[in-house]
Design a protein around this ligand. Structure first.
Ligand code: FAD
Ligand code: NAD
Length: 397
């Protein structure tokens, strides 16, 4: 048929928003839309630090894709994309099948960046997906159980979080909140537990407001977190991590939250990238390839001052909407619109009842910030799934 084919790769923040907007805007038989995703569920990456530490249920961090899209209007394919062949306008799937496209949206999200640090891939875990988070949670509980078999192994009660960016800070907060419960459950003396947050830069949350950073560090220190700032992790080994000038922190649990990069399948497609991220044009397209859009953690865009926007769910969502609008415009031979990021602020959780944030020029901390964080999470549930999803997954009751 002559109906244009739109294929969306990845159903994260960018992909779901694109699919939903296309579903809304396209007329009957105006285009065939296919959404491809590794899993039959969408997960809230922004919530994963909680189930990773075991402070919330896994089910509150995901929703079935069939609940988010109208499968009469969008074909959902549960598959892993293995290759993008731009010359042939095709994507190959791991099961050996292929999908052809006229318009492609690449929204497969980022990957962990280990910067070639020896042992990191082998001996550390990362917060990336429901599956990776299940491993972290089980691993932590297992350390407590196995410590009880051999109480000389204090490394099993030592936890290292690499990186004090937002992911590291949010996760280490939950980890600290979880410890009292685990100690009780496994009859472990809480004073034996050590939690380290190791950061290479001269400050935690580099680039963020200094007053709020100090507030965050105080909250976390009071919860039992030890910071090692200005201390790069140099190596991960079966015993733990080597930091700074060669100090070994013996730890059976290392969670690497110190870097993300774009997805390798984008580089492998022969598209020019910087650490896997594509420097897209103002319309969210690959330069020179007007039918390929890249959004979310795989895209690289610069603010008016020339600094790259950080890869966030917030920007991925906004890009999803513009991307869908521009594809509809292209199909209708209309002009695309430039993407303009509207910064709604940044709020980071510090565990139960605590958070920090900046909205506009206003700073928030403590309980107010924590309430704000809840509102942001609920707003997202509302945007993608309306009231039913808010009632099901929003734990605000
Ligand atoms: P993702 O949301 O990662 O989605 C990618 C999708 O593609 C996934 O569904 C994945 O399964 C699928 N996929 C991947 N590879 C393939 C493949 N080969 N084939 C098929 N499917 C594939 N940002 C904020 O703005 N606010 C926050 O509060 C916030 N908190 C965060 C907390 C944590 C713990 C973390 C780790 C990140 C947080 N972020 C936050 C960042 C935010 O999560 C990311 O920027 C966002 O998820 C990027 O969206 P995306 O659509 O590019 O990719
Ligand atoms: P990041 O790149 O922002 O932070 C990584 C941190 O690790 C940096 O502070 C870096 O200096 C440090 N680091 C790098 N190498 C190191 C080493 N060898 N040893 C020790 N420390 C090292 O990554 P992130 O925190 O995962 O955040 C990724 C994106 O997701 C960002 O854009 C962030 O804004 C966003 N995010 C937002 C929120 C929120 O808004 N609440 C929460 C999580 C993530």
């Amino acid at each position: 048929s002559n109906i244009p084919k739109i294929v969306i790769l990845g159903a994260g923040y960018g992909g779901i928003l694109t699919a939903q907007r296309l579903q809304k805007e396209l007329n009957y038989n105006e285009a065939d839309v296919t959404l491809v995703n590794k899993h039959d569920y969408h997960y809230f990456t922004t919530h994963l630090h909680m189930p990773a530490a075991g402070t919330d249920h896994m089910e509150n961090a995901r929703v079935s894709i069939s609940k988010l899209i109208d499968e009469f209007k969008i074909d959902f394919v549960k598959a892993t994309v293995s290759q993008i062949r731009t010359q042939e306008k095709k994507v190959l799937l791991e099961d050996g099948s292929a999908l052809s496209y006229d318009y492609l949206v690449i929204s497969v999200g980022g990957e962990t960046e280990t910067f070639g640090i020896p042992g990191m891939k082998e001996y550390a875990m990362s917060i990336r997906s429901i599956n990776s988070v299940r491993m972290i949670r089980q691993h932590i509980e297992y350390q407590f159980a196995s410590y009880k078999q051999d109480e000389s192994r204090l490394d099993r009660l030592t936890f290292v979080v690499g990186g004090a960016g937002f992911t590291g800070i949010e996760f280490v907060s939950e980890l600290a909140d979880r410890m009292p419960e685990l100690c009780k459950q496994y009859d472990v003396d809480p004073s034996l537990v050590k939690i380290y947050n190791v950061e290479a830069a001269p400050t935690a949350l580099p680039g963020f407001d200094a007053e709020l950073v100090e507030y965050a560090m105080n909250v976390l220190q009071n919860k039992g977190v030890t910071f090692k700032i200005g201390t790069p992790i140099k190596e991960a080994t079966p015993e733990g991590v080597i930091v700074g000038e060669g100090e070994l922190i013996k730890s059976a649990t290392v969670v690497w939250a110190a870097g993300i990069r774009g997805n390798r399948i984008v580089e492998e497609a022969g598209i020019e990238t910087m650490r896997g991220r594509v420097k897209i044009d103002d319309y969210l397209r690959v330069p020179g390839q007007d039918n390929i859009y890249v959004i979310g953690d795989n895209s690289l865009m610069f603010n008016p001052e020339g600094r790259p926007y950080p890869p966030t769910a917030q920007i991925a969502m906004q890009q999803g909407v513009t991307c869908a609008n521009n594809i509809v415009a292209a199909i209708r031979n209309q002009q695309p619109v430039k993407f303009v990021f509207s910064n709604k602020g940044t709020v980071a959780s510090l565990g139960k009842g605590e958070a920090i944030g900046i909205v506009g020029t206003k700073k928030f901390k403590g309980f107010t910030a924590a309430q704000l964080k809840k509102m942001i999470d609920i707003r997202y549930l509302f945007i993608i799934g309306g009231i039913p999803l808010v009632l099901k997954k929003g734990k605000f009751l």
